[in-house]
Design a binder for this molecule. Structure first.
Ligand code: ADP
Ligand code: MG
Length: 728
């Protein structure tokens, strides 16, 4: 057996189950490593504490004197916890997180050593960031980037480093990261939604977007994962014959969690708890070795940070348990991929979930307002929302009948559809007293009861209403949630801004009462946004046809999906909402296209190496064994050997044929790659990679998988699916 595979299997079989460590009460550990309100009260002056709180809740600036005080307090706390370094923790456009550690330790001019950390170090840092993607921004402006403290996401200690969440921007102010645009979008939706929420409650001062993600992932024994070139270089298997047992039996979903996985999970949860990540549920997923973890929802910016931190922590804890975590959306062909549902809603500072029906007709009118406006926003900007979840790896999932299609639509359930149908019939302008009573009591007033038994959930819908929130299901498991959250909150902000203008005109100019005006505008929205509502099977072919008739976009791959980012409508939207400028949008699009190209390029290279250096040599070795056997038989049997060696000759022929095919396809793929590389515009290059290079991957794989089925097990160079997926 090839050495790498043999050693990996031997190593994986030696694993002992790590026992579950003593946990204690989770509530006592919660936030132990976070500079949260408790710690601030303890380590900050009253003045500094008040300032940080007003920065968090009112978005006020923190001046240098106060920043010095905050830094002093943070340092004292961090040192008391045994931290030795600090870092600005940020989210470059690569989609991952980045950090550069500096020691607190410093030498004073007189030679004495001390621990130093002041306001200057807290507020701003200049990482040597020239190798982070900027989509050309830094070249254009010849400006360097700097990171700046985001006080709305608390600092935390990971291992021995104080991590300070920051944004990453160019000196000219352009965002070079995913957090700065998100914060701007959250500000926009706060402003717009607060204005609308005040129709219903004058006391509302702030509206938060809330996010609860559900993270899916695979766990594979580390030695086995590392033994495969493709898994370790690209995060997915580029070849691999199906295991005889896959997920046909559906016996993994919600099944008993294997002991080794359970001890990983409990270590992970313990670490998350200390870091203030409120993880709550864990279970097996549909595919073998696939799992899910979900927290209690939080304010969206914090929730995004927590998801990114979680992914880092998972890598590290998995390593301790000799696992590799696979965050790729489709690590194994023929088996379900992984996603990251984004549950989203809006909540007021008065503690009300704006997408939760209430107990009075007025509360329900408020619910309907936010509900219908979200539907309208998604209808108008469906293509942008699709673009926000586009990536080379997520392309494997969207549209492959296991995850929502690449067409955006909204599922709201039969009962709420009926409510919207009834509202559509409301007459224009002023309402008669009877009409009002009917509406309030029999339509709007009935909503909470309706929702109680609205349990049918359409799993094929990419954007479903689930009782008190919308669930965006197309997000990839690897994706930084900041991307879809930036777009979703921006489009809802824009929609609510327009809504308020329209309602105010009806009140001020047409003399309508507030509720009449709201009903009137909502009725129009319900009419004009109907095409986005779809209750049927999102996986079916009929829906593709129907969606085309409805003129909904259906961008099946990333290069296509990314085009809309720089459309006229998109430029106007992001400018009006103050979220992204034209320069930034172009730069972000450029970075995404670049990432796509690199992704496919790397896959192509790795696949080429696997074919030439591993698969073909293994096939030839087997060929030689067969040849030797056949010539031996010929020696013994003479002319009669053809009958005796019939099977061997047949296999020889098949192996020979697959060698010819796989070599030819790989040569062609490499040619196509060279042609794509010659293109200057990223746009064209990405399309060339998508349409001319990538299609070869599946064809090459088909040949490889056939060879895997033919060739002796002990000669096959790669760890097999059954070994990867069923090792406990
Ligand atoms: P399920 O969808 O699996 O039945 P739940 O409906 O309880 O489970 O919640 C799924 C996810 O939705 C959880 O991560 C939860 O935190 C999140 N969630 C619940 N309410 C909200 C909300 N108001 N805003 C954002 N996320 C929410
Ligand atoms: Mg869900």
């Amino acid at each position: 057996m090839p050495k790498v595979r043999f050693q990996a299997l031997a190593e994986s079989r030696k694993r002992e189950h790590t026992s579950i460590s003593e946990e204690g009460k989770r509530s006592e550990l919660f936030g132990k490593h976070v500079f949260n309100e408790d710690k601030m009260l303890q380590f900050l002056t009253r003045e500094a504490f008040e300032n940080v709180k007003s920065a968090i809740f009112q978005g006020n600036k923190i001046d240098r004197k106060i920043a010095d005080q905050v830094a002093e307090g943070m340092k004292a706390w961090a040192l008391s916890m045994g931290a030795t370094h600090y870092t600005h923790w940020f989210q470059p456009l690569t989609g991952a997180t980045a950090e550069k550690h500096d020691a607190f330790f410093d030498i004073l001019p007189d030679g004495r050593a001390m621990e130093k950390f002041g306001g200057a170090q807290l507020v701003q840092q200049e990482p040597d960031a020239s190798s982070f993607p900027s989509g050309g921004i830094r070249n254009t402006f010849e400006a360097r980037g700097y990171t700046a403290w985001d006080p709305t996401s608390p600092a935390f200690i990971y291992k021995t480093t104080l991590c300070i969440p920051t944004i990453f921007v160019a000196y000219t102010g352009e965002a070079l990261d995913n957090k700065a645009p998100l914060l701007r979008a959250l500000h926009a939706v706060d402003q717009a939604a607060t204005g609308v929420a005040q129709y219903f409650d004058k006391n509302v001062r702030k509206v938060y977007a809330t996010l609860g993600w559900e993270q899916e992932y695979f766990l594979v024994d580390k030695a086995l994962a590392k033994s495969r070139l493709d898994l370790s270089m690209t995060g997915r298997t580029l070849v691999g014959n199906f295991s005889a047992k896959g997920q046909q039996l559906d016996d993994h979903y919600f099944g008993v969690i294997p002991p080794r996985v359970l001890s990983f999970m409990s270590d992970l949860e313990k670490e998350c708890t200390k870091l203030g990540i409120p993880v709550k549920t864990r279970h097996n997923e549909v595919a073998p070795n696939q799992f899910e973890l979900a927290p209690v929802f939080e304010e969206a910016n914090l929730s995004v940070d927590h998801n990114l931190l979680l992914m880092d922590v998972m890598d590290e804890i998995a390593d301790r348990h000799h696992f590799s975590v696979l965050f790729h959306e489709k690590p194994f062909a023929g088996i379900n991929g992984s996603g990251k549902h984004n549950n989203w809603s809006l909540a007021t500072d008065t503690g009300v979930n704006l997408l939760s029906p209430g107990s009075t007709p007025m509360k329900n009118l408020q619910f309907l307002t936010f509900f219908v406006n979200t539907i309208k926003a998604v209808d108008t900007y469906e293509e942008l929302l699709r673009a926000s979840i586009a990536s080379a790896s997520n392309d494997h999932r969207l549209g492959a009948n296991e995850a929502p299609p690449s067409i955006l639509s909204i599922f709201i359930g039969k009962q709420l559809s009926n409510v919207l149908d009834e509202l559509e019939g409301v007459s224009k302008g002023k309402l008669s007293p009877e009409e009002k009573t009917e509406l309030k009591l029999n339509v709007v007033g009935k909503i909470p009861e309706i929702l109680l038994d609205n349990t049918d959930r359409n799993r094929t819908s990419p954007f479903a209403f689930t009782g008190n929130k919308f669930e965006m299901r197309g997000v990839g498991s690897k994706t930084n949630c900041a991307k879809p959250m930036t777009i979703l909150n921006t489009i809802v902000a824009k929609q609510l801004t327009d809504f308020k203008k329209e309602v105010d005109v009806l009140i001020d100019k047409k003399g309508l009462k507030k509720d009449e005006a709201v009903f009137n505008v909502l009725r129009e929205y319900i009419k004009t946004s109907k095409r986005i509502r779809f209750e049927g099977d999102g996986y079916g072919m009929e829906w593709q046809e129907e969606a085309r008739r409805r003129k909904l976009s259906n961008n099946k791959n990333t290069p296509e999906a990314l085009q809309v980012i720089t459309s006229k409508e998109s430029l106007e939207l992001f400018k009006e909402m103050n979220v992204l400028s034209e320069v930034e949008l172009k730069a972000h699009q450029e970075v995404e296209l670049g990432a796509y190209i690199f992704h496919i390029q790397i896959e192509g290279r790795v696949l080429g190496e696997m074919v030439y250096n591993h698969i073909i040599p293994a096939a030839i070795r087997y060929q030689n064994i067969l040849l030797k056997n056949v010539s031996g038989l010929k020696e013994v049997y003479g002319a009669a050997h053809k009958k005796v060696a019939e099977s061997q000759l047949n296999i020889l022929e098949q192996v020979g044929e697959h060698i010819v095919q796989i070599k030819k396809l790989t040569d062609e793929m490499i040619d196509a790659r060279k042609r794509a590389n010659g293109m200057a515009m990223s746009n064209k290059k990405a399309q060339a990679y998508c349409n001319n290079v990538k299609p070869y991957f599946d064809k090459i794989r088909e040949q490889s998988d056939k060879l895997e089925k033919l060739i002796a097990d002990d000669l096959w160079p790669f760890t097999k699916y059954r070994e990867l997926l069923f090792a406990k």
